[in-house]
Design a protein around this ligand. Structure first.
Ligand code: FMN
Length: 401
């Protein structure tokens, strides 16, 4: 999500500097390019070696290298960055920033910057409460710099109060929000079904299918990454998902899937039915295991509720309904028929004929057909990438605001 984004992290000489390596890891994991610039005093708190190993770039501290005279252009650095974060920001550097002092590389880069600047002061509570700190903080805000407020809690001095640098995860999410344009999916309620269903024959046997549930899980992750609140109704899958924005309901049978989806449907803005729900279920489930000697001439089946059709009938005006189709013949024709018959806004077709696509693969190849006639073919790639492409399509084509 942060691929191609260039971030300068300015570190100053505060005890909370130890949290910055964790922040760098989070940013790097999301694909950001991170350049660390430290004040000379900051090197007493966290080593440039650790920071350069994690950021995969040499750490910059001085204006020039005394050995070879090689110098770092503060102007180039200021122009290179998409965002500068100063964290932790000491009372000392804050005062210097407020009055335009430029006696180290970091301060000079800040004066040359054209990008948004975020600053996260961290210090003892009395230093933070001091009138001069307050003045400097307001001055920085008057420059248009963005304050990341310190948190309240136990401080390195042993005192309790406001002054702690917030946790790396929180600073990371602030930076990410600043760099990635907000998605129209933010805060939308998404309902997703995924996985197979198991229809019991007796206490040990069932009728199932080869769906792994991975495609639906990756969709849940992709929606959550755009800030949506996701409810995933997951059939018996070997996969699980843990994410603060994804609630998971586990179900086993088509009837349970129907019951759970129906109870959540009215609240959902977008519903994606990616589960492979059984069309038929045994009429009588035997209470005891069927013995070999008893023999079974046949198992009588009864039709399950067509969940997608029912959802389509009760769709109303504003809800978005998306279905999946897995066809082995006349793929396009059958998918388009399903799109109409079930009153869908979009159908995602996977074909079992394509190598590496469909059930039991970590890759997929799909084609999207929208109600308005638009089509999009997504070539073979990981299910996680396919999920991101589908969510981008929804974001760009199906959400009106
Ligand atoms: C152990 C220790 C911890 C410190 N922690 C902080 C701090 O959290 N916040 C702060 O503003 N100053 C702190 N200081 C004081 C700064 O290190 C000092 O003001 C220094 O000049 C800052 O230099 P710089 O702003 O150029 O990095 C600490 C000093 C020591 C020795």
């Amino acid at each position: 999500m942060l691929k191609g984004k260039k971030i300068i992290i300015g570190i100053t000489g505060g005890i909370a500097a130890y949290k910055i390596p964790f922040l760098i890891r989070l940013l790097k994991k999301e694909g950001a390019e991170v350049q660390v610039v430290m004040t000379p005093f900051a090197t007493e708190f966290v080593t440039p070696l650790t920071l350069s190993a994690l950021s995969e770039r040499p750490v910059l501290i001085d204006f020039f290298d005394k050995g070879d005279g090689n110098w770092h252009s503060h102007i180039d650095l200021g122009l290179w960055a998409d965002l500068i974060l100063v964290a932790p920001l000491t009372a000392n550097t804050m005062a210097k920033m407020a009055s335009g002092i430029a006696d180290n590389l970091l301060l000079t880069v800040l004066l040359s910057a054209r990008c948004p600047v975020y600053f996260a002061p961290a210090m003892d509570l009395d230093m933070y409460r001091h009138a001069s700190t307050k003045n400097n903080l307001e001055t920085l805000q008057s420059f248009g710099y963005h304050l990341i407020e310190p948190a309240e809690g136990e401080l390195a001095s042993g005192l309790k109060g406001v002054g702690r640098l917030d946790e790396p995860e929180i600073i990371f999410s602030i930076i990410k929000k600043a760099l990635v344009p907000q998605s129209p999916l933010e805060k939308k309620k998404i309902l997703i079904s995924a996985g197979p269903t198991h229809e019991p024959i007796d206490p040990v046997r069932f009728i199932g299918n080869r769906s792994s549930g991975l495609m639906g899980i990756e969709l849940a992750r992709a929606f959550a990454a755009r800030g949506a609140d996701v409810h995933l109704v997951l059939g018996p899958s070997k996969y699980s998902v843990e994410h603060p924005s994804i609630t998971v309901s586990r179900v086993t049978t088509a009837a349970e899937m129907h019951e759970r989806i129906t109870s959540l449907y009215t609240d959902a803005d977008i519903t994606v039915m990616a589960a492979a729900v059984a069309d038929y279920t045994p009429k009588d489930v035997k209470k005891e295991k069927i013995k070999k000697e008893e023999g079974v001439a046949s198992i009588e089946l009864t039709q399950t509720t067509d969940i997608l059709k029912e959802l389509g009938t009760n769709k109303g005006k504003d809800r978005i309904l998306i279905g999946f189709a897995l066809e082995t013949e006349n793929e396009t024709q059958n998918a388009l028929k399903k799109l109409q018959a079930k009153n869908l806004d979009l159908i995602v077709l996977n074909s079992l004929k394509d190598k590496g696509a469909g059930f039991e693969h970590e890759t997929n190849k799909v084609k999207l057909f929208a109600r308005d006639g638009k089509e999009l073919e997504i070539p073979l790639k990981s299910k996680s990438e396919i999920a991101k492409d589908i969510v981008t399509y929804i974001e760009e084509n199906l959400i009106s605001e």
